[in-house]
Design a protein around this ligand. Structure first.
Ligand code: UGY
Ligand code: MN
Length: 248
């Protein structure tokens, strides 16, 4: 079937972006062998955070380290092995690892696998230790009602304490569920749709979004979402937390 190649749903604005699969172009990163990498959010677009979509196969090998930027890798499908801080774990669908700054790590592909990575520069807080490496699985993380709405379910994947300046959450909306107001906040988001579809309001624009779509929301980008269709809508997103102090 022929497709009009001048069309895409991708839009990049100064305070948000919607990046869809039809417009991806791969990147090469030193130390990442046999890996397909799409840098979908990056400081080059005005963001503070970065987000990568990663495809592995059983020949993929990664040797890398965090310096001043922390990262959370989440496995969407397939399986792979992570070695961080002397500990090796196999991750399958729903598995994730948080890697604080100053850590060497390795990834080995064990099958075709899809991952999303959220990166954010770390900001120290006086009197608090650095966060620790953290392995988890979203299938075991409790779903909490969001704003007491029975149609909105939130899973907080990372530990919640003042050492952490970074959150990664999975948000599930039952069909027809919607954010109860247009959020406008200092926190920035990188987001990946995992399931279902709906309408996202970004600033004053409305977009029909679905599985595989990436969204970047700059601080103070007005945002709202309603789920549509027959399936729950699910997205994973990151958020800067715990460091909104008065500039000194
Ligand atoms: O945590 C949040 O700010 C979340 N409710 N934002 C969003 O889903 N766009
Ligand atoms: Mn928000």
């Amino acid at each position: 079937m022929s497709r009009l190649t001048a069309n895409t749903r991708t839009v990049v604005k100064h305070n948000y972006a919607l990046i869809t699969e039809d417009s991806y172009v791969g990147s090469v990163m030193p130390g990442w062998e046999n890996v397909d990498i799409r840098v979908v959010i990056n400081p080059d677009m005005g963001a503070f955070i970065s987000q990568h979509l990663i495809k592995l196969n059983n020949k993929s090998k990664v040797k890398d380290k965090t310096i001043s930027t922390q990262v959370c890798y989440y496995v969407i499908s397939g399986k792979c092995k992570f070695t961080v801080g002397g500990k090796t774990e196999q991750l399958t669908q729903g598995g994730y690892v948080y890697i604080p700054i100053g850590q060497d790590y390795e990834i080995k592909g064990q099958s075709k696998a899809e991952l999303v990575a959220f990166y954010q520069p770390y900001e120290y807080l006086e009197g608090h230790d650095l966060p620790k490496v953290y392995f988890g699985n979203s299938n075991k993380v409790k779903k909490e009602l969001y704003l007491n709405d029975p149609q909105l379910h939130m899973q907080y994947l990372l530990p919640d304490n003042l050492s952490m300046d970074f959150g990664v959450n999975i948000f599930t909306y039952n069909t027809g569920g919607n954010l109860p107001f247009v959020e406008t906040h200092i926190m920035e988001h990188g987001l990946l749709y995992l399931q279902g579809e709906g309408i996202y309001r970004l600033d004053n624009d409305y977009y029909h979004v679905t599985k595989g779509d990436t969204i970047w929301m700059a601080p103070y980008c007005p945002q709202w979402f309603t789920a549509m269709g027959k399936q729950d809508a699910v997205y994973i997103y990151c958020k800067n937390v715990n460091r909104h102090s008065i500039p000194q």
